[in-house]
Ligand binder design. Structure first.
Ligand SMILES: Cc1cc2nc3c(=O)[nH]c(=O)nc-3n(C[C@H](O)[C@H](O)[C@H](O)COP(=O)(O)OP(=O)(O)OC[C@H]3O[C@@H](n4cnc5c(N)ncnc54)[C@H](O)[C@@H]3O)c2cc1C
Length: 264
């Protein structure tokens, strides 16, 4: 057995620190669960995904949207380990971590989340921005230093607006100032609504004319929020999108087949 094995005979190990896992850990602690609990996540901080829009717009701070696990679990008795799970040894009841550690368990909670689906659309990974993490939304300071992920959504959009202020050709400016949000489920609708206020605010601060900004919400189906629990709010969502500082345009029943650096 690996010399770095955590040998605790009766220990519950929770893999991943998303909503499912964090609330499991806190629930066990509140119920006075008798076994030691270990929670393992690659990140140092929890991501409160429904508040990523407010992180982008700076209405909320990094510590509010991305609170450190250590802080959230303080006083709960749950041990937090920042590392990447590499393998699970089911026969021997152990979890292997990237840094070489190994955790024995007698109960295992596995909820490592999901990855962004690309539907196999050509050019999607090279030419679009995902919006699932703090790093996707804003380039965090430590990532800027290491040069990784410096092109997060916020940097990219602000760079484009800045470029537009220096571009005399109206057609080229139109291109720089057109933003497409693909998918009109709850995340696309909320992101479009956020950008509808944020982009004109940023652009006028830079001295640009916000009326030149174009924001298009594209969706394969003919209705926004289709199949969503909040679909009864569709009419008010549509009205709200139209009332942003830059009204959101709809392109519905449009199935995107490819992304290039300049076109959808
Ligand atoms: C922008 C946005 C807004 C949303 N808004 C809402 C909303 O308003 N309401 C709602 O109900 N849902 C919302 N959702 C969806 C909701 O956030 C997800 O359904 C939820 O986060 C899923 O939780 P999870 O615990 O299953 O996975 P995740 O939150 O994805 O957590 C998985 C965790 O596992 C960790 N992990 C993955 N692989 C490894 C590994 N190998 N080793 C260690 N750790 C690993 C990750 O770092 C992550 O912390 C939103 C999602 C997004 C992207």
């Amino acid at each position: 057995m690996n010399s770095r094995t955590n040998h605790s005979a009766h220990q519950t190990v929770i893999l991943g620190g998303g909503f499912a896992e964090l609330f499991t850990a806190i629930h066990l602690s509140k119920k006075g669960y008798s076994q030691p609990v270990v929670l393992i996540d690659t990140e140092e901080r929890f991501t409160f995904k429904p508040l990523l829009y407010e992180l982008l717009s700076e209405e909320l701070s990094r510590n509010q949207v991305l609170p450190p696990f250590e802080k959230l679990l303080h006083g709960s008795g749950v041990k937090f380990v920042q590392d990447q799970v590499q393998a699970i040894d089911l026969p021997n009841r152990g979890v292997e971590l990237a840094k070489g550690g190994r955790y024995a368990y007698n109960h295992l909670v596995l909820a490592l989340g999901s990855v962004a689906g690309d539907f196999g659309i050509e050019g999607v990974n090279e030419n679009t921005f995902p919006f699932r993490s703090g790093k996707n939304a804003i380039a965090l300071k430590n990532h800027l230093r290491s040069g990784k992920n410096a092109i997060a959504l916020k940097n990219h959009l602000r760079n484009r607006l800045k470029q537009a202020t220096r571009t005399p050709d109206p057609q080229q400016r139109r291109y720089l100032l057109t933003v497409a949000v693909i998918g009109a489920g709850p995340a696309g609708v909320e992101l479009a609504a956020t950008l509808g206020d944020l982009l004109p605010h940023w652009y006028s601060e830079m001295g640009g004319n916000p009326e030149e900004i174009r924001l298009v919400l594209m969706n394969r189906g003919s209705q926004i929020l289709k199949g969503d629990i909040n679909r009864h709010m569709r009419p008010s969502a549509r009205t709200a999108l139209k009332k942003r500082s830059v009204p959101v345009e709809f392109l519905l029943g449009a199935s995107v087949s490819a992304f290039t650096p300049q076109r959808v």
